[in-house]
Design a protein around this ligand. Structure first.
Ligand SMILES: [Cu+2]
Length: 116
């Protein structure tokens, strides 16, 4: 899942029964505030406070591909695209799923998907 936002926007998580959401280390813009919801935390709201790409996971289902991307701002590619690639070897769980999320982001951006 790839979605788009502007700096300072909020992202609300619904249908959270049995799920959580947490930022993946190294997969947010430099200086950005990571988020973590509790398991089943319905309506959890995350704020994307910096431009760039943010990748998050659901801990119980990450290895089956429950990983998402929020692209914040208009820069293409996102400013932290290279930093994400560099951080990939440090991802301990579900590295292939993070790699897949980055690829999906690249594809979404290449196809011209954008906010609104
Ligand atoms: Cu889940």
């Amino acid at each position: 899942m790839v979605t788009f936002a502007k700096p300072g926007d909020t992202v609300r998580f619904k249908g959270m029964a049995g799920h959580d959401t947490q930022i993946i280390e190294g997969m947010i813009p430099e200086g950005a505030t990571p988020w973590q919801a509790k398991l089943g935390e319905e309506g959890f709201v995350a704020t994307v406070d910096k431009e760039g790409a943010w990748i998050f996971k659901c801990n119980p289902h990450m290895t089956t591909g429950m990983v998402g991307v929020v692209v914040v701002g208009d820069a293409r590619p996102p400013a932290n695209r290279a930093a994400m690639e560099a951080a990939l070897p440090n991802v301990k769980v579900g590295k292939n799923m993070v790699q897949r999320a980055i690829k999906k982001m690249d594809q979404a951006l290449a196809s011209g998907q954008s906010p609104e």
